[in-house]
Each structure stands twice: as structure tokens, then as C-alpha cells.
Design a protein around this ligand. Sequence first.
Ligand SMILES: C[S@@+](CC[C@H](N)C(=O)[O-])C[C@H]1O[C@@H](n2cnc3c(N)ncnc32)[C@H](O)[C@@H]1O
Length: 853
Amino acid sequence: MAPNPRVISAFSAMKALGISEYVVKPVLKQLLKVYDKNWELIEEENYRALADAVFDYLETNAVVQKRTSNNSYEEEEEEEAQLNDEPERPLKRTRKSQVGHGTSSVGNSDTVANVSALRTIDSENGGPSGNSSSQHTGKKGAPALNVTSHGDELQSVRSVKVSAHTKNQSVSLTLLAERERNITSHPVVENGAQMYANAIKGIQENPNSSPYFKEKGKKTVSQAPVKERNPMRARPSQALRLKEPKVEPGITSSPNANANMPKALALIQPKEEPFVDCATNFASSKVPSPTASRHPDSPSMMDALHDSGSAQKNGELRTPESPCHDGKNNQPNCPTNSVQRPVSGLADAPKVSSVDLESASSPLGEVRISLSCTLLNQTDFHMPSVDAVLKLAEEKNVKTYDINTNFSVKRVIRDVCDLFLELGCKPVESPESNVMHNPSSMKDLSNAKCDNVNSGFVPSQSTGTVNFKVAAPEVHITPPCMGAVNDHKLPADNGLVNSGEETDKAAEINGRGTDSGNNMAMVVADEFTSIYHADVTDGEEGMEISLINEINNVRPPSFKYMPYNVVFENARLDISLARIGNKDCCKACFGDCLASKIPCECASQLDGSFAYTLDGLLKEDFLEESNSIHRNPQKHLQFCSKNCPLLRSGSDELPVICNGHLARKFIKECWKKCGCHKMCGNRIVQRGITYNLQVFMTPDGRGWGLRTLEDLPKGAFVCEYVGEILTLKELRNRYTCNVNSDAYPVLLDAIWGFDKNLKDDRTLCLDGTIYGNIARFINHRCSDSNLIDIPVEVESPDHHYYHIALFTRRKVNASEELTWDYGIDFGRKFNAIKAFQCQCGSKYCRDMKHSIV
Ligand SMILES: C[S@@+](CC[C@H](N)C(=O)[O-])C[C@H]1O[C@@H](n2cnc3c(N)ncnc32)[C@H](O)[C@@H]1O
């Protein structure tokens, strides 16, 4: 449909005032309603009414946001109702007065909620729940901080840039916030800040001057402020639907070479050995010794393919699951601060003589806030590690503040600033301490010649400046991935790849050059030593996750980074708020459900308790129970006999009867239909990755691995296993045709043993091979892995689809490799996928007695 020329003219007129179309659009819509589509009234006096309404809206919006911003979901409902001419909607106050919970009280709010839900899904994810399309548009933002700017709700801070100038004794911190691109309103006035301010002032002085308020006694825009999308948007939890994986040019779909697929399947006899978490002996250089405890055999992910449920006759294993993250950044209900002007509060930092905070924005939705603080008579400042500062700031905030009620972005910023100064003024200790130091690779990086990479993270001694965030490289990790694993498969006799020669050989074997074919922006330093990429997530996560290869020339595999699951063609995945009944959500809640004395509906699956602690960690008893299921799978199996999807999908090598599927212990998180705040403590996995992780090349031939760069407490959410949501049938087709492919499938089979009429399109699994996240780099460790997979229900209440969240089973030390027990039964071999020869190094390794061909 051709755009209405009157609309275009209205936009142009407003643009001349420096007001963006994003702002004008919703207001215009409302105005047309108010004026019964009488354009003349709007166009009169060169759009005077519209201009007034816009300014009103901006002003009101600023006030509203300042005042609340607590429960944006409710606001969305209100807005939605307005747009739909709902006479009355569940008012925030009403809801709030219903302290606690309640299943249903909200009367007729269902309709409204559903409507708004749909809208929310649509806009928030840049993609619908059910449609197919490929909008990966949405940059998600697992917000670390939220700041308000320009009277507008803050968008999530996607990155932090910190720089210090020792020479001038100043430290500057730049928070780079990025607005969601899809946001409907964009209150940033492009060039007319002053004009806007004057206009607002005029309206304040003479409110009646606006015809907008006079006409017809109808609803005014200000009654229903059009709200911007909630900035604190957790990561989109629903899946995108893709028609088919897009494989970018230059990439082959699956290296044939040494495919090491999990083959495994299967059945493992749970061992009775005691466990002791052996420290990972391979992580890269300094791996602290693990101390934890843990146990042996269990099932794993790849099982799936092979026998997913795989089990065995007696004992069995299982498949892994979901995601999640920790809640250590739990922010309270609401951030507010308008961080626009010099924040005087910051000045009380003892060592700081002055603090400046400036903000700038672009019409594209980028907001940059720059904070600089100058030291007072401090001559011995040195640049501390950014990581150390942020880590300390985080710890400090979690410990110091009542995170639920008192959180203040301003204070966080001040703390970060203070800590910079504090750490920077301490004498330099060991290289491991808090002073920024780099692995050899970092040094190399500084000399690296790489034209197209603005590699930050390289401290430059000469200037004393550190750019924490590297200018985003135009990197596209392209599809078919599977590769990397093979690349490192070296001859079993040595396993270690550490010379250029060997590397080249490996690359040759795999038909790949060591230095071509991939346009990843990364730094290659020296000849064989460091390949470094500042952010393998391509900006898709709230955290940057670097990749480093100090071992050989193998480049990262080609795959498309996705922070959330995507639906492949035929899988049936119904995600809609309409499917979430009152018993599946806590509509009457507000704020933080964990803080409420009365457990809400979302806690009912766990007998009225939540799986998380107030610190955002998995509760001890929940973790222990889940560990126990992994240790003794045979006690938790549910059988689906002949109707087992695995049997139906056919394979000569599969057992004739179902070996059982684990009855998993689920976490149920609050979600969009719930009344609580997005930062509610029962929304951990949705918020995405919050720890500082790194993809690295293992030195012992297991290919890439994932490690943590900071200590992780026990029960911390690390990441979700993300991939394409496939039906089992699709999975089999995919890998039966390509037996040699590497694949990383995980069955979503928790319901299989219970649903006797399971249709093929509902037998789902996740495959992170082509579309996936950093979890695809996590290597397997038999039994005493430091991560455990927990199924998490977020947007789909029936357990056919759920998320797989990986939590720490014990405290994990910085630089330790993160591992997960895939649940592979190395004693079995199935046709579709080849198992690898396990080199986990665990004393419980299940592959020691088997020789895999
Ligand atoms: C999910 S991927 C893990 C990331 C992989 N290392 C890479 O380079 O992409 C699984 C593959 O990693 C390798 N792998 C994982 N754990 C291993 C282990 N304990 N021993 C040997 N190879 C392992 C196998 O090739 C397996 O097929």
C-alpha cells in the first residue's frame, strides 16, 4: 500500500523541527483517533496540533518513565489497550494492590494481555513466534545497565568502553548504549534539542495553547503514553523461525574430513565411583585445580542422535539441556537515572576531583555516555584491568545494595569509576592480579598487522590508554560449522597441536587453508601463535566473548552466531501468550517474585519454591537433585515403548524397545505474561550470558573449547545451549546424509516418556552446528564435568520445547575450561554419527576401555 501522502507531509513537517518519525508516528496515530481522522485539524497552522501533541508526548513520556519504569510490561498492556480502544485495562495500581500473587484475579485482562503479548513478541524479538522469517534483526541486549536518556527509557547497554589516561590522571568510562533498532518511538530529537526544550517550556507555561488538549474531550495521548520498548528487555526467549539455514558463500556444508560426531549414544552404565572433580588438566595454561565433587556417567547430548534416549538396558544416559545464566547482575526493579547531565553525585567519590558525564545520540539509535573522572593529586596511577574493575564493581553492588529496591545506575557508574582509581593506584602485584595483562597473544596483538581490525584490548604503554571494546569487526562467521573440530583432530598418538607444521597439515587434510576462506576479522599475530577475535558473538550477546588460538593456525569454525534458538522448517513450536494460562504465569505479581513472601504460580512446579537464590544462583538442593538424576539416570527414566520417536525414526542399530527418557527436573521462569519486572530474580536464563568467557584452542587436540576468565560460583548460569530447533526426523535426515559431519544435537526429550501420542513434529531437538552460540564450543568431559544441563521452561508450558541451560556444578576458577558431560556411551556405535575418541582426561572417562574406530 502506498504511503499516505498526508502522513509523509506530517513527518516532513516534524522532521523540520528535528523530531524523528519514530516519535511522530505513534502520536500521529493517536491524534488521528482523537480527531476522527480529520486531517485538516492536524494540518492547521503548519501542524501545530501535531507538534504540540508530540511535545506533550515527549514530556509525558519522560515523566512517566521517571516516575515508574518499574513494570514496563504493564505499561505495554496499557498502551496496547489504548491502541485497541480498550475501555479499561488492568491498571497497574490494581494489580499492584493485589500484593503477591493470585492466580487469576486479573479478571478480563487476559484479552489485553494476549494482545499485548503478541505485540511484544513481535517487536521484541524482531521476529514472531510462529511465522517464518528470518529476522534476526533484533539485537538483543542482555542488559547490564540501564540508563535513561533524553527523557526516554533507556536501552540496554551493550558494551562498555573504558579508557584511562595516566598522563592526565584521568579515567574515562564510556558506556555505549544502543537502542533497539526496532523501537517504535525514538525520542531523541535530532537537531532540535533547543527547539524542543523551548516548545516544552511553552507548553508548560500555557498548557491550553495546545489544541490537542481541547478537542472533543477524548482521550489524550498523554493518557496513554506510547511507550518505548522496554529497554531491559531480556533476551528474546522465544525462537526465531527460519526457513532454512542460510549458508553463506564460501562455506561448505560440512567438512567431511574427520567428522567427529558424537556418536555416542548411549547407554552408559552409571558407575558407582565417587566423584571428585578433577581439575581440568588441559585448559590452557593456568588451570587451577578444581575441587569439586561430582560424579560419573551420565547421558549426554549427542546421545540423542544416536539413541537419544539412549539408554541402555539398565543404565542410561541422558541428554543435556538448557541454558541460562546467573543472576548476579540482577538488577532491581528499576533503573531510572537520567544520566544526562553532569552527575553531581559522582563527585563525592573521594579520590576524584571531578566527574563529567556526557551523552550523545545518533538518529540510528545509538547513545553514547561518556564519563570521565579526574584524579586528585594522584601521580602513581596505572591502568588496572578493566575486567578486574568491572568484576569488583559487580561484586560490590551485589553485596552492598539491596538490589531489589535500591539499585542505582548512577551509583554503579560511580563505583566503577572509584574502583578504577582504587585499583589503578594500588601497587602492581602479580601479573595475574588485577592489572591488565595479556597472554602472550595480547602482546602479539599489539604488533599485529591487520588492516581491517581495530583491535582494542591492547594496552598501549605509550599512551596508557586501553580500549576495552574493540571496534566491532565486520565479522561474519558463516555457516556450516562443524569444521573446527575436525581441524584439530590430529593423529591420536600425539593429540597435541602446537606447531605450525602440524597445523598446516591438519588444515590441508581438511581441505582448508589456514589463512583463507573466512572473512572473520581477527588478528593473526606472529606466524603460528595467536588468532584472536574480540567478539565471536558478533555483538549478539550482552557480553563480548573473545576467541583466541595460541596453539595453531586453525581458525574458528563457520557458523552463524545466534543468541537464541531458531526454528527450522517443520518443527512445531507454538509460542504465544495465549497458550500460557493463569496457572502457568503470575499475572498478579509485580517487582521481584523471589522477594515476595508468598510464592507465585511460577513457583508451583517446584512445590512453591524457586530454583534460584536471591543471588541468582541455582539453589543447592535443586542442583544436587539434578546432579543425582545425571548420576543415576536409571532411576529417573520414563519409557515410551514402541512409540518412542527414536525407534520410529528408524535405525538398524537402535534398540527395539525404548531405553527410556529422563524425567528431568525443570526450572520454570517467569515470562512476559507474568506481572513481575523483567529483572525479577526468577528470570535468569532469559537474561543471557553475564560472565566473562572465552573460546580458546585446546592444546590437546580436542579442538576449540570454552573457558571462563573469571571465577564462577557454584550454581551459576553460564549459557544456554542454542541451536536450530529440528524435529528428530530432520535431524536424522541431516546427518544420515552426511555421516561424517560434526553435529552437536541435543534431544528435547523430557516429555517423550510421558506423551504417549507424540507426533513427529513435536519430537524436537537442538542442533547448534549451523546456527548456535558459544555452547557449541563446550567440550565433553565424562562424569566430572563442571557444568550441568538443566531444562528450563520459559515461553512454552508443555515441555515439548524448552531451553537447555548450563549451570556450574561447583565453583569454577578463572581460566578453567568449561565442560559438560554429553552423556555419550562410548561403548555403542550408531550409524548416523561418529563418536569421537574421548580425551577428556577424567579418571571416570568412559571411553578408556573402548577403542573407537
Ligand atoms: C560440541 S563440539 C565442542 C567444540 C569442539 N571442540 C570444536 O572445536 O568445535 C563437540 C566436538 O568436540 C570434540 N570433543 C569434545 N569433547 C571432546 C573430548 N572429551 N575428547 C575429544 N574430543 C572432544 C569432538 O570432536 C566433538 O565432536
